[in-house]
Design a protein around this ligand. Structure first.
Ligand code: ATP
Ligand code: LTN
Length: 345
């Protein structure tokens, strides 16, 4: 046996794969921002990590949802995960409310999260402004539920878009605080945020200073399930500037955003794109971006429709995922119950 090669004698000797956890709220039709910032990077991890991807329906109700829509969006999100290439044989896919340990750990972590910390969260401030008539306690404590999601699975890495950076940092602070009191209970997770040109922050087509968001209506958000026609129309209307040169430059937020989208879907870098559209106007460029997006999404949409016609299959994936997730989550929750002093554990 060569000395520097680790030989596994039993299964427990095989080094465990690092763990990935991430989630998306079933709060509307997914945008290409969700796809590029989150799902696309999740797929890359399937082989080398133990991946757990969740549909965070409990997070979604921090904003008022129509029950029938929430239910439909949950099935749709699972079908999109699958259609995008998240193979349930290679990762765990489940719905947050199917695993009660998330709510149970969230309550405990609430007691280790400071009012001041939660008050500084920009997502809370943004969503309070957007939902001024419903600034509920769940919207405020949302980050400790997110910390519970991640810490329950002892996740090493959490792939998210740029807007979630602050929540990941708070999850790390909560984990460190808890570990500081009780010893090493939680793995302190790292965030994985793609570069901006790789899709970490796709901006709205109607207001390129604002993040593209699935809960926004209007032409600013391009949906994964939009028809080819809708996609082309939205890109045609995209807000740009009064210049006419396709160039990645400060002050050209609209064009920069379109270049990032084009780069993500074609794999071309900014310099190549600038050369490709040298001497051509914005009109040509917008049409080309719309076309690559529509072409890339077409097979995914077809697979989505096929999966949505088979509810039984979607439910079996959810059920299996919840079983695996519950088993993993129970281990951490039990440890936490013991540490904080709950009797009879
Ligand atoms: P909502 O409008 O309901 O708040 P959202 O579109 O912001 O929804 P989330 O469910 O909060 O989407 O986010 C799911 C994932 O998609 C997260 O990892 C988030 O960082 C990422 N994401 C959301 N919007 C964008 C965007 N515009 N660009 C890149 N990534 C994004
Ligand atoms: N807060 C995230 C969604 C989310 C999440 C998570 C992401 C909830 N729990 C755990 C990563 C890991 C959002 O609004 N995008």
């Amino acid at each position: 046996m060569t000395e520097n090669i680790h030989m596994a004698n039993t299964l427990s000797d095989v080094p465990a794969k690092p763990i990935i956890f991430s989630g998306i709220q079933p709060s509307g039709n997914l945008t290409i921002g969700n796809y590029l910032g989150a799902i696309k990077s999740w797929i890359r991890f399937l082989e080398e990590y133990n991946c757990i991807y969740c549909i965070v329906d409990m997070h979604a109700i921090t904003v008022r949802q129509v029950p029938a829509d929430l239910r439909r969006h949950t099935y749709e999100l699972l079908a999109l995960y699958l259609a995008a290439g998240l193979d349930p044989q290679k990762c765990t896919l489940f719905v947050q409310s199917h695993v009660p340990a998330h709510a149970q750990l969230a309550w405990i972590l609430d007691c280790y999260t400071m009012f001041g910390e939660l008050s500084r969260m920009t997502q809370f401030k943004d969503k309070s402004a957007k939902n001024a008539d419903n600034i509920n306690a769940g919207l405020f404590t949302y980050p400790s539920l997110m910390a519970a999601d991640i810490l329950l699975y002892q996740a090493d890495l959490v792939p998210v878009g740029e807007d979630q950076r602050q929540h990941i940092e708070l999850s790390r602070d909560i984990a460190n605080r808890f570990n500081g009191i009780y010893g090493d209970v939680f793995k302190v997770p790292d965030g994985f945020i793609p570069k901006v040109e790789a899709g970490a922050k796709i901006m709205s087509l109607s207001d390129p200073e604002k993040k593209m968001s699935k809960s926004d209506t209007g032409f600013g958000s391009v949906r994964i399930l939009d028809s080819r026609d809708e996609i082309l129309k939205k890109f045609k209307r995209a807000v740009t500037d009064c210049d006419s040169v396709v160039q990645y430059k400060e002050g050209k937020a609209g064009i920069n955003n379109l270049m990032n989208i084009y780069a993500c879907f074609t794999g071309k870098d900014h310099a190549v794109i600038e050369r490709e559209f040298d001497g051509r106007g914005y009109g040509d460029f917008k049409l080309a971006v719309g076309e690559v997006v529509a072409d890339a999404l077409a097979p995914l949409q077809e697979e989505f429709r096929r999966l949505m016609a088979d509810k039984g299959y979607l439910e079996s994936v959810m059920r299996q995922g919840a079983e695996t997730a519950s088993h993993l989550a129970a281990k951490t929750l039990r440890k936490v119950y013991k540490k904080v002093g709950f009797a009879g554990v």
